[in-house]
Design a protein around this ligand. Structure first.
Ligand SMILES: [Zn+2]
Length: 395
């Protein structure tokens, strides 16, 4: 890593490098300013590399400074973390941490830096990536760890949608006798879905329907697993968009699987009325997240398309929050949405602007190797907590 950074730094110190582009007579010389390629990993890995704390921390986003209350408000305007301040604070805090580890008192400055790190949810570690010269003014080095867009959508948002929709269907079938067979009917419809049809995606065989994937919800009780998508862990990410489409077509608009009237069980759930019919809540959220997935799968984007994407993301966030709120109302939970994936959608447009189409930095194919390359060795190893050994491995 250090060698790579040195070579990039040398080219930067030279003021860029000249490269000829084109064939012989049409070749033109362009000046290139090398920057380090973006690191792209899953959210947790990217947080570690960006030295930002994960879990229930005060500022849970590695890219912006929103606190954990504002992050779930779709109207919040995020401010990007300033990498120059971060690098300075981290250096002081790192020295302070070393003093503490050596049972010595940190200096007053180091104490202030450690406290600042804590308030900003920053690990007091030194990161080469964060102290690198920025390629242009206004660029935050935290964007060197962009969200893995297609992975976030396939492995996160679409899975969330499937799970939340499934929980709503199960809950409705429990309280309303007219819908007691909804899950079984849905399984039959999905398993019998024709593979060859005129939809934009190829149909896939899900012989056991959807219940099989969501069994974590049905076998352990919805309330104990209300935010988990663990039952969907076994599905290959590339199948998820097909499953969502088949699920949506199976639910339909007729009110066979979910009620399509506004006043469903209004005595039992008076707050549900303002959200519209359950069919509308589920189906509109589903189609908009699918639209988001297909839009992100483009090979290139114009500035106009990016503006449209920004609006699409905002609409998708609103629909998903609506779906989540309805699910929580039905299961009687007051727990707010606690994940970071819906917020991460906000940073997609800037990530595409800087790094290009998400197809270029799609990590799904590497995710498949995760079990062999990382999970099994990690489980067998003795370093199961975030520690110096992990930091040495990363740097
Ligand atoms: Zn953010």
């Amino acid at each position: 890593m250090t060698d790579v950074l040195h070579s990039v730094k040398e080219a930067q110190n030279l003021g860029g490098i000249n490269l000829k582009i084109g064939s012989h007579e049409n070749a033109r010389t362009y000046r290139f300013y090398p920057i380090i390629g973006p690191f792209c990993g899953d959210n947790q890995g990217s947080h570690h590399c960006a030295c930002i704390k994960t879990g229930k921390t005060f500022r849970p986003c590695r890219i912006c400074r929103l606190d954990r209350v504002a992050i779930f408000d779709v109207d919040s305007e995020p401010h990007t973390r300033d990498s120059s301040i971060t690098a300075d604070i981290q250096k002081e805090a790192f020295n302070g941490l070393n003093q503490q580890l050596g049972n010595e008192q940190p200096t007053a400055h180091e104490k202030v830096a450690l406290a600042l790190c804590k308030s900003e949810s920053i690990q007091p570690m030194l990161s080469h990536m964060l102290s690198m010269k920025t390629p242009f003014p206004g660029f935050s080095n935290h964007l060197l760890f962009p969200p893995d867009l297609l992975h976030t959508v396939c492995g996160g948002v679409l899975k969330n949608f499937i799970f939340w929709a499934f929980v709503i269907i199960i809950k409705v079938s429990e309280v309303d006798g007219n819908f007691k067979d909804s899950a079984a009917t849905l399984d039959d419809l999905i398993s019998a879905f024709p593979i060859q049809q005129s939809c934009p995606t190829k149909g896939l065989r899900f012989p056991k329907g959807i219940s099989d994937f969501c069994k974590a919800a049905s076998s352990y009780g919805i309330s104990s697993k209300e935010t988990s998508t663990s039952g969907l862990g076994g599905i290959d990410h590339q199948y998820i968009p097909s499953l969502v489409l088949q699920l949506l077509l199976a639910i339909g608009f007729d009110g066979d699987i979910l009620p399509n009237t506004k006043n469903w069980e209004s005595a039992k759930y008076p707050k549900l009325k303002k959200f519209g019919s359950l069919t509308d809540v589920v189906v509109s959220a589903g189609f908009i997240v699918l639209d988001l997935f297909y839009t992100l799968s483009r090979k290139e984007f114009t500035l106009g398309q990016l503006q449209e994407l920004k609006e699409l993301i905002s609409t998708a966030q609103t629909h998903l929050h609506r779906l989540f709120t309805v699910k929580q109302l039905l299961i009687g939970s007051k727990k707010p949405y606690g994940g970071i994936k819906l917020h991460m959608l906000y940073h997609f447009v800037v990530a595409i602007l800087y790094f290009g189409s998400p197809k270029v930095f799609d990590m799904i194919r590497f995710e498949k190797k995760h079990r062999v390359a990382a999970k099994i060795p990690f489980q067998k190893g003795k370093y199961r907590i975030f520690s110096y050994s992990h930091i040495f491995n990363v740097y």
